[in-house]
Structure formats: C-alpha cells, structure tokens
Design a protein around this ligand. Structure first.
Ligand SMILES: [Zn+2]
Length: 79
C-alpha cells in the first residue's frame, strides 16, 4: 500500500519592499472580484486604512470591505 503525502505549498513572501524614489504618486487599486476601488490618497478610513496609505502599507490580512477578497485579488488601475 502506497501512501502519498500531499501538503499545500505555501511559500509567499511576507512583505514586499517597494522603493519609489521619494515620489508620492497616489495609485488606485481595484478589487477584481467586485470592482471596489481603493484610492491611496483617500484611503479607507471607515475600514481602518488612513488617507494617504500606500497600498504596500495596507496590512496583508486586510480584505475587501465589499466582498472579502484579499489584497492579491486587487489590481492597480489608471483612472
Ligand atoms: Zn471586492
């Protein structure tokens, strides 16, 4: 009898370090699941994110207030 162990492969970096040469360019991120928009300049104060918070500094465990999607389900968009 053969036993095959199958563990889920979880190997994601805990943090990304993005350097931006001192520029303060607010970006906009959209939830790919429901279309909710996160604007770095306005943040999401009602959801615990202060205005002006860069996307990189939004906690990794933060989720979309509309549908609960994770940060990795968001994509930067140009408006
Ligand atoms: Zn969403």
């Amino acid at each position: 009898m053969q036993v095959i162990l199958c563990e889920p492969f979880v190997a994601k970096p805990l943090a990304f370090f993005i350097r931006s040469e001192g520029k303060t360019v607010a970006k906009t991120w959209m939830c790919l699941i429901c279309g909710w928009i996160y604007d770095e300049s306005t943040g999401a104060p009602e959801h615990g994110i202060a205005p002006g918070t860069p996307w990189e500094q939004v906690p990794m465990n933060w989720t979309c207030p509309e549908c609960g999607a994770r940060k990795e389900d968001f994509e930067m968009v140009e408006i």
